[in-house]
Design a protein around this ligand. Structure first.
Ligand SMILES: [Zn+2]
Length: 82
């Protein structure tokens, strides 16, 4: 019997956080992203394996990625303007 399984990571954009990039000092805000990795069997996602939050610099010349914790992501989302 052939089993096809694997991990797939999808990114969800949560919003813009009003921050200055630590790498390039760009002040246009950082994109807050949630990255969810799911275990899939026969290309059907079954359950979450891990969830990460990260900030991506919106400067196209920089694009720096900084991992943050879930608590800090919630705090940034609550503070970001809608
Ligand atoms: Zn940057």
């Amino acid at each position: 019997m052939l089993l096809i399984f694997g991990l797939r990571t999808r990114s969800e954009r949560l919003g813009l956080a009003p921050m200055v990039c630590r790498v390039c000092n760009h002040s246009g805000g950082m994109l807050l992203v949630r990255e969810i990795t799911r275990f899939s069997l026969f290309f059907v996602p079954l359950f979450r394996v891990r969830t990460k939050h990260a900030l991506h610099c919106t400067n196209p010349l920089c694009g720096a990625r900084t991992e943050i914790g879930a608590g800090e992501a919630r705090r940034l989302l609550a503070a970001s303007p809608r």
